[in-house]
Design a protein around this ligand. Sequence first.
Ligand SMILES: [Zn+2]
Length: 220
Amino acid sequence: MLSLTPDTLSISFSKEIETRKPTGYIGIDMNLENATCVDNTGKITVIDMSRIVSMKMKYREVLSHFTRDDARIQQKLKQKYGRNQKNRENTFLHQESKRLASTGKQIFMKNLTGIRKLYRKGNGQGKRFRFRLNSWTRFKLQKMGDYKSQWHSGFSVIYVNPKGTSSKCSIYEAKVLEENRMVTCHRCGLHIDRDINAARNILARGMQFVPDAVQGEAMK
Ligand SMILES: [Zn+2]
């Protein structure tokens, strides 16, 4: 587009994004170690994010072993390690989000809140710290997934209310009991991996935003 006013001439470009109809629907539940994806045909894929978090933990550990003999060298090494670490994380997230977006499916995810709050506290140790590191990775994966989905298909990720997605049965919405990462529903007898149950709930919740979807399609 070219626009001319008495004082300025501006040219702007934009990619013509044709909004396509989704080829399917996919619910994604992200936890500490992975992102579990369930689509409307029931297909399950898991994105393993644990190595990213492990890599970040290792990076912290390497830094803690640096001696203070030469501050300048130390600074340079820190920068180098930091860059490597960030590049590896970004490469991984770009790959995974592109793979998700290129399926042409409408993605549903939980609305993640409190990222900043998570980052404020903590002493850099233990499970809490792992959680915070992972939260940032999850946040990035969401943003990249959203962006790439818009780029490829013309539609954004739809965020759903996370409340109850982990604690309720994905068939009857009754409360489930959890043990060893498995959930059991005493009403319908469902006994499945808790992440898969949560991803199915997210998918079902997302389907409510899709006006012409067949009722119950998500649950087959
Ligand atoms: Zn049930």
